[in-house]
Design a protein around this ligand. Structure first.
Ligand code: CA
Length: 224
C-alpha cells in the first residue's frame, strides 16, 4: 500500500484530502505544521508528500528544502495559493515534483497523485527502467537486458528528457529548447533523426515504437 503524508493546516482541506485518498486505497497520515512534518519525514518512509506552502511556523518551502538537502528524494506535490506564480517557480526549483493550485478539484488532485506515483515507480534508486532497458543518469549508462547500449551524448539527453516527462507530450520545439538551448535553431529533421536512432537502440520493434511514440501533429510522448 502506498503511503502518503499530507501537510496542511486547514482542517477542512486536510480531512477532505485524507478521506479521498483513503477511498482510493492509499495509507494516509495528516499533520498540520512544518515541524511535525519534518519529524514524520525523518521517522518514517513515504511514497508521496502533499505539502502546503503556507504553514504555521516552518513553511512548506523550508520543509522541502531541508528534505532535499538531507537527501530525501520522496516525491512532493505542493499545494499553492491561487495567483502565486512565484510560489510554483520557487517550489519546482527547490525540487517539488508537481503542484496544484488552491482551490483544486478532488479529481485533479487524484490524477496528479497517480501521475507522480507512476513516475516515481519507474525511477529506481539507481535510475530509470522500462521494458528490459535500464538508464543510469549518474553513470550516463544505458543497458538493455544487462548489456551496455552505445548511445550518443545527445541521444542520452533526449532519452532522459523523455523519462523525466513520462506520459507528457513533448513538442519538437520543447525538445529542441531543452536539448540544444532556447536560442538555438535546429531543423525538425535533426530531431527526428536523433529520435529514430534512439528508437533503434531502445525499442523492441523500432518500426512500431512502444515507448517513444509519435503524437500526430503534436510531437512525442514516452509511454510505459
Ligand atoms: Ca495553509
Amino acid at each position: 500500500m502506498k503511503r502518503i503524508l499530507i501537510v496542511e493546516d486547514e482542517p477542512v482541506i486536510a480531512i477532505a484530502l485524507q478521506d479521498d485518498l483513503e477511498a482510493e486505497g492509499y495509507e494516509v497520515e495528516a499533520v498540520s505544521d512544518g515541524a511535525t512534518a519534518a519529524s514524520r519525514l525523518r521517522d518514517s518512509s513515504w511514497d508521496l508528500v502533499l505539502l502546503d506552502v503556507m504553514l504555521p511556523g516552518k513553511d512548506g518551502f523550508t520543509v522541502l528544502r531541508e528534505m532535499r538537502k538531507s537527501g530525501n528524494r520522496t516525491p512532493v506535490i505542493l499545494l499553492t495559493a491561487r495567483g502565486q506564480e512565484q510560489d510554483r517557480i520557487t517550489g519546482l526549483s527547490l525540487g517539488a515534483d508537481d503542484y496544484v493550485t488552491k482551490p483544486f478539484s478532488r479529481k485533479e488532485l487524484l490524477l496528479r497523485v497517480q501521475a507522480v506515483l507512476r513516475r516515481s515507480a519507474g525511477k529506481a534508486a539507481d535510475g530509470y527502467s522500462f521494458g528490459d532497458v535500464k538508464v543510469d543518469p549518474t553513470r550516463g549508462e544505458v543497458r538493455r537486458a544487462g548489456k551496455p547500449v552505445d548511445v550518443t551524448a545527445l541521444e542520452f539527453k533526449i532519452l532522459l528528457l523523455f523519462l523525466e516527462n513520462r506520459g507528457k507530450v513533448l513538442s519538437i520545439d520543447t525538445i529542441t529548447q531543452r536539448i540544444w538551448g532556447a536560442d538555438t535553431f535546429q531543423s525538425d529533421r535533426v530531431v527526428y533523426t536523433h529520435i529514430n536512432n534512439l528508437r533503434g537502440k531502445v525499442e523492441p520493434l523500432p518500426q512500431q515504437p512502444k515507448y517513444i511514440v509519435s503524437v500526430r501533429g503534436m510531437g512525442y510522448r514516452f509511454d510505459g
